[in-house]
Design a protein around this ligand. Structure first.
Ligand SMILES: [Zn+2]
Length: 304
């Protein structure tokens, strides 16, 4: 009896150890937002274990820093952040995490906005005391598929700095992802072609990179200014403008006031459509390419 059981027992002890060892070998990455988690998983493949602090349905400007976020950061090798003041709340979480790898200035702290040509940079100085949440320009670049090559290059560079032996594999993963993205881009460009020049209203200015990419025009925002709630006087002006310019669509973020957007749309003879402002923002938008697919389809269907 003993002879039979001993090998089994040994296996029972060894198997979990092997699993634990391979998990420990992975580069532990935390991304502030799910878009950057998705892109890190694309280029990191089996080499990474990635978690995100914000969920796709949340307003990435304002995240409540709970102890659970600090726990996620405690053992991270890398923290990947969007920058441009979108996710500066990460500093609070990092302070609570007590992890020197990812403090500002450490090699494990990675800002992937490097190399992005930032849109809507204010020509006058604005800051958060004025309530404006885009003081450094528009920070919502991550869901523009045309910028994914720059973002993924920044991510590969950061991962390869941490694990130099794996640079070739990371670069190979990135090329495979970019090939799939190119294919999808051709499809999106064809689908969006009839919408070129169309004017849309947005709730929060979250969409400027995507709109520019496909030649649509942002005519107005429902917010008075980025992050400042819509005032009745401003909404009256927007409704008049929508009627005058025959604007038929309002884009709303999942975290914003969809009811208000619907009311405004109804008064203006238009419709409101909720797009995924981040990966996971709406049902079916669970991967990077899947989320853009969803947004392109929703836009085409809404404007047709
Ligand atoms: Zn914003």
């Amino acid at each position: 009896m003993l002879r039979v059981f001993r090998p089994l027992l040994a296996l029972a002890f060894i198997a979990p150890l092997v699993a634990a060892a391979s998990a420990a070998d992975k580069i532990r990455v935390v991304a502030t937002i799910p878009d950057l988690k998705a892109l890190t998983e694309e280029v990191g493949g089996k080499l990474v274990d990635v978690d995100a602090l914000a969920r796709g349905t949340q307003n990435a400007h304002e995240l409540e820093i709970r102890p659970s976020l600090m726990v996620k950061l405690r053992r991270a090798d890398l923290l990947i952040e969007n920058g441009l003041d979108l996710d500066s709340w990460a500093d609070v979480a990092v302070q609570g995490a007590n992890n020197p790898n990812i403090v500002r200035g450490a090699p494990g702290r990675v800002d992937v906005s490097r190399g992005i040509q930032v849109l809507e940079v204010p020509s006058i100085r604005v800051d958060r005391s004025m309530g404006d949440v885009h003081p450094l320009g528009n920070p919502h670049y991550s869901m523009d598929p045309g910028l994914a090559p720059i973002i993924t290059q920044n991510i590969v560079d950061a991962l390869a700095r941490f694990a130099p032996d794996h640079r070739a594999e990371l670069e190979k993963n990135r090329q495979a992802f970019l090939a799939r993205l190119d294919e999808a881009m051709a499809r999106w460009t064809r689908a969006m072609e009839p919408l070129r020049g169309a004017k849309v209203v947005v709730y929060h200015p979250q969409w400027i990179y995507l709109l520019h990419r496909f030649g649509l025009v942002q005519a107005a925002t429902l917010e008075d200014r980025p992050g400042i709630p819509a005032s009745p006087a401003h909404l009256t002006r927007v409704i008049r403008q929508m009627k005058d310019e025959q604007i038929k669509l309002i884009i709303v973020e999942p975290w914003n006031d969809v009811k208000l957007a619907n009311r405004v749309a109804q008064e203006a003879g238009a419709k409101a459509v909720v797009l995924a402002s981040m990966v996971g923002g709406v049902k079916g938008a669970d991967s990077y390419i899947g989320a853009i697919d969803h947004n392109v389809n929703a836009l085409v269907t809404a404007i047709r």
